[in-house]
Design a protein. Structure first.
Length: 100
């Protein structure tokens, strides 16, 4: 886990979870759209960068941010798979192919 210091950017810090850390705080992120999760993650980053949170609140926010980051990455991977499945047929029409 990265040490967050006021004036330092979180963007350079990894949001990788700490091994053995408890599950992320707050509601489950699996029901969020990519856009909702990204907006919440951006809000968390701004809050952490401000340096105004108490340590426990910052840790909880960081854990939530980690869960949101993983969720966003999964949504992007899913979208990439769907896009890769779209193919152009010989006649120029777009179709889909089975995902491998």
């Amino acid at each position: 886990m990265a040490l967050l210091v006021p004036g330092c950017s979180l963007m350079s810090a990894s949001l990788a979870p700490t091994p053995g850390a408890p599950p992320a705080a707050g509601p489950d992120v699996s029901g969020l759209s990519f856009e909702e999760a990204l907006a919440e993650l951006e809000k968390i980053v701004r809050g952490l960068e401000s340096g105004q949170q108490k340590l426990e609140e910052a840790i909880t926010a960081f854990e939530r941010g980690s869960a949101l980051r993983r969720h966003c990455e999964a949504k992007l991977a899913e979208a990439e798979t769907r896009i890769q499945a779209i193919v152009e047929r010989a006649d120029g029409a777009l179709g889909t192919r089975p995902i491998e």
